[in-house]
Design a protein around this ligand. Structure first.
Ligand SMILES: [Zn+2]
Length: 349
């Protein structure tokens, strides 16, 4: 078995870190998000059953989780392929595909997309949130869970010989479930054994990322190889955010393109706009965290594809980077966020 040290593991095999280019560290190319279906607001039930049409797009954008067909991204492989080619044409090089067990990871499709588009695709090992854990997963010990994760990286996932190159997104809820706690410990054990990158989906509470890092550290994980996803909807208070940044993990602003009036997953949260995200990222750079920030879209529903009036996988490269330049973030810093930081994170140690 070739050593992973100093390399990045894509679904087509090992590559040199210098080959990655512009990298989106949190996306989905094929997944089923039915687990997170939310009943529509009362009186709007009929909209949740209709097919996706122009006249429904605004409603769909505000209520993406209340439309059953919208949650089936795995039905859109040809549109995804086309939009990956647009990502590449816009200068994109690599996608980290965060679909883990529980939301229908599809290793063969990922391999096919990588072959057909030339975009580097890195697949995720491990398990999504506790609500998607099977009875078998829940019954496993930390040692057994570790073995599953290590195997997905060293030998291949879901009965294929196609290998994962990161652990995650590892799903955590608030409050954290017992099963999620075990998966986190297993993630830490696998991480320290393999020297691999890890990416976490925290619960929707500003204390959740702190709790997760504590559990990972106590179980022996390297925090500097860990990404905390969804910072844009998780820690709003600037003082608390800087306190969290001190813990040394990567801070990922990965919901670019998502703007809600009401966030169905937690109505208490005011989802920031892309302009607010850019100012947050600039603040972190000014505070000295330019080596710790990552960017992505977390594409996970159909309505975010260009095919359905969405922004697509190239939104950051096409629209956000130019706005960052206007807001005084230099090209050199942008290249750190989109090339240098992902490359360092994704390289096995
Ligand atoms: Zn995700």
């Amino acid at each position: 078995m070739p050593s992973l040290k100093g390399k990045v593991q894509t679904v087509l095999g090992l590559v040199e870190p210098s080959q990655l280019g512009y990298t989106m560290t949190h996306e989905h190319l094929t997944m089923d998000y039915t687990c997170c279906y939310y009943p529509p607001p009362s009186g709007q039930e009929a909209l949740s059953e209709t097919s996706i049409e122009m006249k429904n797009l605004f409603w769909l954008k505000q209520n993406p989780y209340s439309h059953k067909e919208n949650l089936l991204l795995h039905q859109e492989t040809s549109a995804v392929k086309e939009e990956l080619l647009q990502f590449k044409a816009a200068g994109g090089g690599t996608i980290v595909e965060n679909t883990t067990t529980g939301i229908r990871r599809d290793m063969k499709t990922l391999k096919q997309l990588a072959e057909e588009t030339g975009v580097h695709i890195i697949a995720g090992a491990g398990f999504y949130v506790g609500a998607t854990h099977s009875p078998e997963t829940r019954a496993m010990s930390v040692e057994q869970l570790t073995e599953v994760i290590v195997n997905e990286i060293l030998n291949g996932a879901d009965g294929t010989d196609i290998k994962c190159g990161v652990i995650g997104e590892v799903g955590c809820s608030w409050p954290l479930t017992e099963s999620e706690n075990k998966v986190l410990q297993a993630t830490a054990h696998a991480q320290s054994q393999l020297g691999c990158p890890v990416i976490i989906h925290p619960g929707r509470n500003s204390d959740s990322p702190f709790q997760i890092i504590r559990i990972l550290q106590e179980a022996g994980a390297d925090t500097s190889k860990t990404v905390m996803s969804h910072m844009d909807r998780t820690i709003f208070d600037e003082k608390k955010l800087l306190e969290f940044a001190e813990l040394g993990c990567y801070l990922e602003y990965d919901l670019f393109g998502t703007e809600f009036i009401l966030y169905q997953m937690n109505p208490d949260i005011d989802m920031p706009s892309d302009n607010e995200r850019i100012l947050r990222v600039r603040m972190l750079i000014e505070e000295g965290y330019e080596d710790r920030v990552l960017l992505a879209h977390d594409m996970h529903t159909k309505n975010r594809l260009k095919k359905y009036g969405g922004h697509g996988y190239s939104h950051i490269l096409e629209n956000i980077v130019p706005k960052m330049l206007i807001r005084g973030i230099s090209q050199e810093k942008i290249d750190k966020l989109l090339v240098g930081n992902p490359r360092r994170w994704l390289t096995f140690e």
